[in-house]
Design a protein around this ligand. Structure first.
Ligand SMILES: [Zn+2]
Length: 149
């Protein structure tokens, strides 16, 4: 093949090849095998989103070392991001529990009703809402950082 043609072919192949990218999506302890190297009994795996030609295309589960390599990052960087993701996940779970608490549901409903009527919440309503909030936090074992000494 003449060199000029070979160059055209190689460029065409490069363009035609789907561009696959992996993005950090989180961590899980539900999968304990690395899908890249096959290592088993891992404490956790890193969840990576596959993106092919800009389109999300499912997830793969890699051990921390393989994930770091695939992402072109350090093991420490991946672990730090994993810890941040885990913390955010836990906060989201706690927030959802709080919002689902009957006392908070009642407050939200009453807030919406007052807003619908175009009425400002009364002092009594605000006190009731504060009590409800405190009750929900006590029930869920959440401590208010503002109250910590
Ligand atoms: Zn691996």
């Amino acid at each position: 093949m003449p060199p000029a043609l070979a160059a055209v072919v190689s460029t065409a192949e490069r363009i035609a090849k789907p561009r696959e990218e992996l993005q950090f999506a989180g961590v899980t302890d539900e999968r304990t095998q690395c899908e890249r190297c096959g290592r088993i009994e891992l404490k956790r795996t890193v969840v990576l989103r596959r993106v092919i030609d800009g389109e999300p295309s499912g997830f793969v589960y890699f051990g921390v070392d393989c994930a770091a390599e695939a992402l072109g990052r350090t093991r420490k960087g991946v672990l730090e991001e994993a810890m941040r993701a885990e913390l955010e996940r836990r906060i989201a779970v706690r927030r959802a529990e709080f919002e689902a608490h009957p006392a908070i549901v009642a407050v939200r409903r009453e807030d919406a009703r007052l807003e619908g009527l175009g009425r400002a919440p009364s002092k009594r309503h605000r006190e009731w809402a504060l009590e409800a909030r405190a009750r929900a936090m006590t029930d869920l074992g959440i401590t208010d950082p503002k109250e910590k000494r």
